[in-house]
Structures are given as C-alpha cells and as structure tokens.
Design a protein around this ligand. Structure first.
Ligand SMILES: Cc1ncc(COP(=O)(O)O)c(C=O)c1O
Length: 451
C-alpha cells in the first residue's frame, strides 16, 4: 500500500467512525459544558467526505479520478515530496529536533521568511526605508490566526473575495469576526480581468464608514480554490485602492493581508513585492495607517505539510510599528502554540543559506511545479475543445468551475467516477491530485455533467 492509500485509509476509517458517532450523537450533548461558540462547531469536512467517496470507488476496482485533496501528488498517486527538504530534515542534529525554538522563531528562519515573502525586492524595499518583522507560526494557518486575532476589532467584518478557502470563515469566527465579500471576477469588461476592483472599493468604503480598523485578506498569487492570479495592473489597482482609502480615512487602520500559501509555485511568486516597489518608486506616500502583512506557509512550497511551519511577515515604514507588531505576535504565539517547530525552521534556514542546496531545492520545486503546469494546460485545452466554461486559472494547486448547483455537478461527475469537491459557488478541481493522463476524463465528465 502506498503512502497516499495509507493516509486515505486512515481518513476513511476516521470518517466512518465520525459518521457512526454522528448517528448516535445527541447534538445537545455537552451543552452545559461547551460555551455557545463551541456549540456552533460541527464536524464533517466536505473535502474529506468526497475523498472518501473516491477511495470507495477505487476499492471497488473502478478507474476513479481523485480531484479532491489539496496536496500535490505525483502522477502515480503518491504524495509528491521535495527530496532535498526530506534529506536535509533527516540530517538535522538531534538537538535541533529535540529543543524548543525561540518563542518568535529562529533568527535565521525569520530572516529567510522575509526573503521568501518578498523575493529579490526585499533589500530594495529595506533601503527605501521599509521596516519589516517576521514571527514564526504553526503553518500558514497560524499566521492567519495571528492576523485575525490582532489586526481586527472583535465583532467587525473582514473583506474577502466571494470565492475563498473555506477555513477562513472559521479563523474569523473564532475571533468573533465576520466575512464581507465582493465578487471574484468583474461582471463587465474591465482593464483588470481578474479582480472586481469596483466591488472591492465599494466594500472598502462601506466598512471604512463603520469600523476604525479594516482588514482585507487576499490569497494571491495561485488562489485556492480557483488557481487565479492577479495581473500586475490588477495588483496595482488593488494596492492603489487600499492606499487611497487609507489616505482619505486617516482614522481607519488598514491591513492588507496577502495569503502566500501557494506563491512559490506561481509564475510570478513575488509579484506583490514588485507592485509595492513600483508604487514606492513612483512616489506613492505610504500612509501610516496602512500595514501590509504576508501569511507565509512552507507546507506546500517545501512539502512540509505536517511540520506546521510558516510565518507572518509585516512591513511598514515606521520601525516602531513593526517592533510593536513583533512583540504582539510573539506574545500571541506564546499564548497559543508556545513556539513553532524548530527542526523545520533550522533545516530550511540552513538549506537556503547554501547556494548549492538552495538551488537543489529550487530544481525539485520546479519539477513539482511542472506537474501542475502540464495538468493545468491540458485541462484548459480539453475544456476549450469540449466547451466547458472553466474559470480563468493560472497557477497553483486548483482549477474551478463556477456553478449555481455545485453539488449536482459534482454528483454527476462522480457518476462517471470523477471525484471533485462542490463548494460555495462552484466545483473545485484538484489539479494537484489528478494524474496528467486522467485530465481528459475530467473535462469530459464536466461536459457531460453540464448537459
Ligand atoms: C489558501 C490557503 N491559505 C492558507 C493555508 C494554510 O496552510 P498551512 O496551515 O497548511 O500552512 C492553506 C492550506 O491549505 C490554503 O489553502
């Protein structure tokens, strides 16, 4: 049995167990023990449920396609592993495995986190007077939690696109925050085809009228669940909108959070740093009530999903602000997960410090990225030929079909042994899991499902 099957079996067993328990479960049980917010938490993850259906089909010997899970698989269905990272971890000295990391993270890792977020523009931004701080977190999820719990007032709204990663809602709800969304794509022809800039501006101005802090989350480049990436003009239009809003609403704190969960698999991984650099070079004054923060995840880029490693990286022209943020994030991490894992911080810092191992990681990353590019190109081509109206998709792990009845579409695909994930507003196609040879089958299942 390969690793993925093994994982799948465990998940399947867990799901069966949960549904057995669910059948017996009294939903009021524990009401006197659990607080009202805890009682709103219900189990059953859609993605794993559809993954289990794929597994059942496989177990029955059918030629089933797995487009459900959000981890990168090789074409043979095994988990894709960056072997350079794997080897480096196995060579880590025992003390780096056993010891705690410093509470805010290993200094070398914090330095690396800034470079991974900003790329080659980092030093230029620093020499333009931009101060930066990084705090190690338990994966990208930890960074999102640090942002949610510290940058928004309890009870407020946070701006998201209407298609977003489902757990965002949970991170927000846990901090008594609510999402306020704008459409993913503009309804009419626009110079910015991949961002509804009018919808975004309108939500921003609505919230500025009601709140004294406004936070915006955008997962770009390589958006989950669509694979969309903004163009340079789209990024600039968005940044200008936020900068203008911050200048006009001086009393409203603005935080633009860029979720970088998949950026190192994108064609332009550091496009946001490029855009910020361009804006500053064009003489844009950086309003002091504007913070830009990056939620960095090493889960996918370094195939360290289980090692829970990431960072929040915040940039602002005033170092007193970034110093204060460093303290707040460090204290929050301490009170939540104590310190993030040390061995992964140590290993990646050492790996990227050497030109040789850094280049080896990058070659391996390029190989994994090519899997995604080949699958995406094939899907776009097949969908074009079959008239399937796939959403624009550029980078990362996923592609997307917008649809008002996503369950019907996913169900019709499942009848053809193609397993995808129905989510709010459409169906997620996990290119990361689908072998290249099965892509045509996915496109024809979608075509048939739409008929
Ligand atoms: C959009 C997005 N953001 C953040 C994360 C968090 O990643 P992790 O906590 O595994 O590092 C994920 C993981 O799937 C994601 O899809």
């Amino acid at each position: 049995m390969n690793q993925t099957d093994d994982l799948a079996t465990k998940i399947e067993r867990q799901l069966k167990e949960e549904s057995r328990i669910g059948g017996l479960m009294d939903h009021d049980a524990g009401a006197g023990l659990l607080n009202p917010y805890a009682q709103t938490k219900v189990g059953s993850d859609t993605i794993f449920a559809w993954f289990a259906r794929y597994q059942n089909a496989k177990a029955e010997g059918r030629d089933a396609v797995n487009g459900t899970i959000g981890a990168l698989l090789e074409d043979d269905g095994t988990l894709a592993i960056n072997t350079v990272v794997d080897e480096a971890i196995r060579q880590a000295p025992p003390v780096e495995i056993a010891a705690y990391a410093p509470l805010t993270g290993l200094p070398a890792f914090l330095d690396l986190a800034k470079t991974l977020a900003l790329g080659e523009r980092r030093t230029e931004l620093e020499s333009m007077g931009i101060a930066m701080t990084a705090t190690a977190s338990a994966g990208g999820s930890g960074a999102l939690y640090l942002a949610a719990t510290n940058f928004a007032n309890r009870g407020d709204h946070v701006i998201l696109r209407d298609r977003h990663w489902g757990p965002y809602k949970g991170f927000l709800a846990g901090c008594d925050l609510k999402p306020r969304t704008y459409p993913l794509l503009p309804k009419e022809a626009s110079p910015y085809p991949f961002v509804d800039i009018q919808g975004f501006k309108s939500e921003l101005s609505n919230l500025c009228a009601k709140q004294d802090k406004v936070m915006i989350w955008i997962n770009d480049p390589a958006h989950n669940p669509t694979g969309l990436t903004l163009t340079p003009d789209g990024r600039m239009a968005m940044l200008e909108a936020v900068m203008e809003s911050a200048s006009v609403n001086e009393k409203v704190g603005h935080t633009l959070l860029l979720d970088l969960a998949y950026h190192l698999y994108a064609e332009e991984p550091h496009g946001w740093a490029e855009t910020i650099h361009d804006a500053m070079s064009n003489g844009w004054p950086w309003p002091e009530n504007l913070l830009i923060t990056f939620a960095l995840s090493l889960s996918k880029s370094h195939t360290m999903y289980g090692l829970r490693t990431g960072a929040i990286v915040s940039i602002h022209p005033d170092q007193a602000v970034t110093d204060r943020i460093a303290t707040v994030m460090g204290v929050t991490g301490r009170q939540t997960w104590s310190a993030a894992p040390r061995v992964s911080q140590f290993t990646v810092s050492e790996m990227h410090a050497s030109h040789e191992t850094g280049a080896a990681w990058s070659n391996e990353r390029d190989r994994l990225k090519e899997l995604l590019t080949d699958r995406r190109t094939a899907l776009i081509d097949c969908c074009e030929q079959l008239g399937v109206p796939l959403n624009p998709t550029h980078d990362g792990f996923f592609a997307w079909l917008d649809h008002e009845q996503p369950h019907d579409i996913a169900e019709a695909c499942a009848q053809q042994d193609v397993y995808l994930v129905p989510l709010t507003g459409g169906v997620r196609i996990g290119l990361c899991a689908i072998p290249l040879a099965q892509i045509p089958k996915v496109a024809s299942a979608l075509r048939d499902a739409l008929q």
